[in-house]
Ligand binder design. Sequence first.
Ligand code: SF4
Length: 359
Amino acid sequence: MTRLDTITEPRAAKSAQTAAERFGVMERQELKYTPAVARETAHLYERVRNHIPEIEWPVYAPYVHAINRIKKERGAAILAHNYQTPEIFHCVADIAGDSLQLAREATLVDEQIIIQCGVHFMAETSKLLNMEKTVLIPDAKAGCSLSESITGADVRLLKERYPGVPVVTYVNTSADVKAETDVCCTSSNAVAVCESFESDTILCIPDEYLAMNVARQTSKKILTWKGHCEVHERFTAEELLAYKEADPTIEIIGHPECHPDVIAVCDYSGSTSGMINYVKDTRPPRVLLVTECSMASNIESEVEGVEFVKPCNLCPHMKRITLPKILDSLLYMTEEVVVDPAVADRARLAVERMVNLKN
Ligand code: SF4
């Protein structure tokens, strides 16, 4: 046990008990699947019945019921990323979307408490755009291989090595990294952001594959970093071609965090929101989403007549967020995301410059 654990444990336990009593939920094991809970969650079960067997719903429903009740009493809004599991995405989230949509939406909701169901850099981005609000993440250990591939100090070294070269940073980065950045980008606007500079050379970091995909679409020289998404880097062109060979009618839709060889065999490539819109607009009979596999489960019920083929690559960081942890977050106001105001001011500028770009 660390010194910090020794100091904080008794205090946390005391405040936890008080909050649990206040909201009428004493212990997790006391959550019961009562007739009232069954009745009041029945409409939510309809949204997830294709993913959660009926026999398992009594385990989920008491959490869903308690979370939806307590979030109203607390004045909290739950924001969930497209990669969250269906019971979070469909049953407790107030807003669902990609990381940038969630950060923007966080500025629009009336609630002063934001529960960010996603990974840590997303909660940080929401916080730096909403410094006056309390932003909580149900598991502060929910990281990201891309975000963790680079630090603010690394970016300062890059700027020393390439003086005057504009720095474009993917939103999947920490506030420290964003603070060293000229303009942030998303997977959908990375080309436009790089082309918005007069410079012939751009540092597009930290996602090597996103940068390589950008380089194919611009005449600028793109310098990058060796960061990768551990979910998207696992897909290969060979496995996708095998799907195509087995069924030439299947549409393959890829995320630009995949290797360029993978994107080359896709019928469409875009951000998670872009992928969802593509499926909704074009309604292909069979589709394979080359991304985290919860996304297909989440949109399946919204696009009838589309069959989803799911090569199941899960993000272990996204899956750290669970209903019990969301309930704890609401009860005990944990874990609060804190960003140094000086860092937040600089990081916010990089995000706002991106938002203000006329694409
Ligand atoms: S899917 Fe990839 S980019 Fe997204 S949070 Fe997980 S590791 Fe990071």
